[in-house]
Design a protein around this ligand. Structure first.
Ligand code: SF4
Ligand code: SF4
Length: 377
């Protein structure tokens, strides 16, 4: 069988067996679940932990959960969490030191391997992980903590059965169908009776797991139904990134008046960077006990929207909200290409949904394109 063409049908009981099979293989199984009126990623044990029968409404600065009129397990899109909170956690100790008289011992934090199985990973998120792979593993300096968590991860992707109001993956060529980077990919076939899932194999590990599960052969009608679902999702994207050379557009308009306009609305809260699945910047923080005998250094997520982020001797380089928003957006959509060879945006829409004032990255691009100023400044 060719990986990528091998398909089968799983029932809900089959998905339950999949979760059990992954646990038997010593994976820590993490998937979507409902908490605090949002869909967040957390440890799960059974399909009952999934947001069965829930959906989400999203728009600029707006997120609400509501009930569906069916029992779909994956009938929503992405929430405030992304998988980076597991692969690149918000806090990571780097080293500890201990003083004993005049002697100081420094102990580097060992990278602790974790075998994650991520359930319900969307196509845009697989693309985001491959972007973070380039950041943490692709250069001369490999992050041992990221590598220890990433190396053995097992990905169960889900092809989106609906698009969210702020999604624009289709225009970024990152979804809504998972094309690579998964072990198994599910498409939920919603219809009469019990839920059924078309499952596609993406790796040897995925094939081995699938073969251990109760499954049926997929018929041509199942494949066609899955294709139609993805086509419908593509056609109903809530947003679209303008089809222009973003690198040229943004770097050619560094003094565009729109940056002043967006700065008037932006609160520089940093929400957009926290929810973004590709943002990776960190700061380091040292702490000590009251006697100063024991200290430790942690790195924690940081944001280019804070003043401290660009602080160098004498002050912050980016003092204004205008310069910080411009830095974020031009990095995401333009200079990321120079640095990592791709866009830093996968069109997941989180930064639009979770921006308290509803700033929309696609709208900002459209506004700049609408009134391009001449030349690069
Ligand atoms: S910039 Fe916004 S839409 Fe793009 S990947 Fe980050 S959160 Fe998603
Ligand atoms: S664009 Fe929105 S989410 Fe991002 S810093 Fe500004 S106000 Fe906060």
């Amino acid at each position: 069988m060719d990986i990528g063409r091998e398909q089968a049908i799983l029932t809900v009981a089959g998905v339950e067996a999949l979760l059990a099979a992954l646990r038997e293989r010593q994976y820590r199984v993490v998937g979507p679940t409902v908490r605090d009126q949002a869909i967040v990623y957390d440890d799960i044990e059974t399909v009952d932990d999934l947001p069965r029968g829930w959906t989400d409404e999203q728009d600029g600065g707006h997120y609400r959960l509501s009930r569906r009129d069916d029992d779909a397990l994956f009938g929503y899109v992405v929430g405030p969490h992304s998988w980076k909170r597991f692969l690149h956690p918000p806090r990571q100790r780097l080293w500890r030191s201990k003083r004993d008289g005049d002697d100081v011992q420094v102990t580097a934090e060992e990278a602790r391997p974790e075998r994650f199985a991520f359930i319900g990973v969307r196509a845009c998120e697989l693309n985001a992980i491959s972007i973070q792979d380039r950041v943490f593993l692709g250069g001369p300096f490999v992050d041992p903590h990221y590598r220890a968590r990433r190396e053995d991860a097992f990905f169960v992707a889900v092809n989106c059965g609906q698009a969210g109001g702020t999604c624009f993956c289709a225009s970024m060529n990152t979804g809504p169908k998972a094309e690579a980077g998964y072990d198994l990919a599910l498409t939920e076939l919603i219809g009469e009776g019990e839920g059924r899932f078309l499952v596609e194999v993406g790796s040897e590990a995925g094939r081995e797991v699938l073969e251990s599960l109760p499954h049926q052969t997929a018929a041509a009608a199942d494949t066609n139904a899955a294709d139609e679902i993805v086509a419908r999702t593509t056609a109903s994207m809530g947003r679209e990134m303008p089809d222009v050379d973003l690198h040229e557009l943004l770097l050619g308009n560094l003094e565009h008046p729109r940056w002043d306009d967006v700065a008037e609305r932006c609160l520089t809260c940093g929400n957009c960077t926290m929810v973004c699945p590709t943002c990776f910047c960190t700061a380091t923080e040292d702490t000590s006990d009251l006697t100063g005998a024991e200290t430790s250094r942690e790195r924690r997520w940081d944001s280019c929207f804070t003043m401290d982020f660009s602080y160098i001797h004498g002050g912050s380089v980016r003092q204004s909200g205008r310069s910080r928003y411009r830095q974020w957006m031009t990095h995401k959509l333009a200079t990321w290409f120079d640095q990592f060879g791709s866009s830093g945006c996968v069109g997941c829409g989180r930064c639009i949904t979770w921006c308290p004032v509803g700033i929309d990255i696609t709208e900002e691009v459209r506004a700049i394109r609408g009134g391009q100023s001449e030349g690069r400044t």
